[in-house]
Write a protein that binds this ligand. Structure first.
Ligand code: ACO
Length: 307
């Protein structure tokens, strides 16, 4: 028994901060940001928070899946920017959507959070403990960014994405994931403080490890990169995605990107992109997709699924 994604949803705040406006707040320029990151604008919360965005994304995924919220057995919500420590955001989403039979918990693995949450859902499905699982990535990183620090504030945006996963007899699921706590100091955020990052080290870590973990999961399944229809990577930086495509010698067209419009939304980036591609009808049944995440921890992984 494997999980199959039968509904996706996403939410991004209406409020948009583009590079022009950002360059009036901090010493930077549209040209610099676009050249180094590919980002043009990002959505930032005004009224919303992690839970309200997650709820909107979840409702859309449930609607697409055509199920009732009461059928959901488990809600796993990946976030590193919950507004409240207690109760967990997953329980707050449960209350909002009326998923009264669900068990709920949050999972924090920074930008790799959605991937680990998805893998966790699959493990529950494979062990027959649950049949219908809502997996969410939701972040309000604008609240954890210092808008005086140009090396970080240009990167991050807010948003949420969700997938509804149902148990299915066939279907493909294979994953490889890693964590390396020894290198964790390159990307940190203390309670009540802002994100501190050694951008170059994070960049090097990503371009080295993401292609390797993708190759690991392909090798495990005796597959080659050209057998994959789409690579849905965490949207941190256009140059990272391009470097991964080059290392794998795969056409960049197989690497959808929306970092231009959202910036880095951490654990929300993969499900937001999945939802966008799904609603554009680019994802067809039987397609092989690799999702790959990386971020603070350090943590990274690649998951192979069949659409
Ligand atoms: N505008 C203008 N100049 C800037 C800016 C800015 N926003 N930021 C830095 N600079 C300057 C620096 O001061 C430096 O100037 P100097 O040469 O006079 O000292 C110069 O630009 C080059 O700085 P670098 O840090 O070397 O720039 P780099 O090309 O490495 O790009 C960036 C920086 C975009 C942060 C890049 O390193 C990167 O994307 N790293 C990955 C970050 C990332 O993805 N983090 C999230 C991971 S996921 C998670 O878990 C949260």
């Amino acid at each position: 028994m494997n999980g199959h994604i039968c509904g996706t949803g996403a939410y991004a705040p209406k409020n948009i901060l583009d590079n022009q406006k950002l360059s009036q707040i901090v010493d930077t320029s549209d040209a610099w940001i676009q050249e180094r990151t590919g980002i043009v604008s990002r959505h930032l919360v005004l009224e919303e928070d992690t839970v309200t965005m997650a709820t909107q994304a979840a409702k859309k995924a449930i609607e697409m899946a055509g199920i009732s919220a009461e059928e959901i057995d488990l809600i796993v919500l990946a976030t590193c920017s919950a507004k409240r420590l207690l109760p967990c955001s997953a329980c707050e989403v449960q209350k909002e959507i009326g998923a009264i039979h669900a068990t709920c918990f949050d999972l924090n693995a920074a930008c790799t959070g959605f991937l680990y949450a998805y893998n966790t859902a699959q493990a529950y499905l494979q062990s027959n403990l649950y049949k219908t699982i809502l997996v969410i990535g939701a972040e309000t990183l604008s609240r954890q960014v210092d808008y005086k620090d140009r090396s970080t504030c240009i990167l991050f945006g807010d948003g949420a994405g969700a997938v509804l996963v149902k148990a299915k007899e066939q279907g493909m699921f294979s994953m490889i994931s890693h964590s390396e706590g020894e290198k964790g100091e390159v990307l940190t955020c203390e309670q009540g403080d802002y994100i501190k990052m050694n951008g170059q080290e994070v960049f090097k870590f990503a371009v080295r490890n993401v292609p390797n973990v993708i190759l690991e999961v392909l090798q495990k399944n005796k597959m080659k990169p050209d057998e994959i229809d789409y690579f849905i990577l965490h949207q941190a930086n256009k140059r990272i995605v391009e470097a991964v495509a080059k290392r794998l010698q795969v056409d960049i067209g197989k690497f959808p990107m929306n970092v231009k419009d959202y910036g880095n939304t951490s654990s929300a980036s993969i499900p937001i992109l999945l939802d966008e591609w799904n609603r554009k009808k680019k994802l067809k049944p039987g397609m092989k997709i690799i999702m790959a995440g990386f971020g603070a921890g350090l943590s990274w992984g690649a998951t192979l699924i069949e659409w």
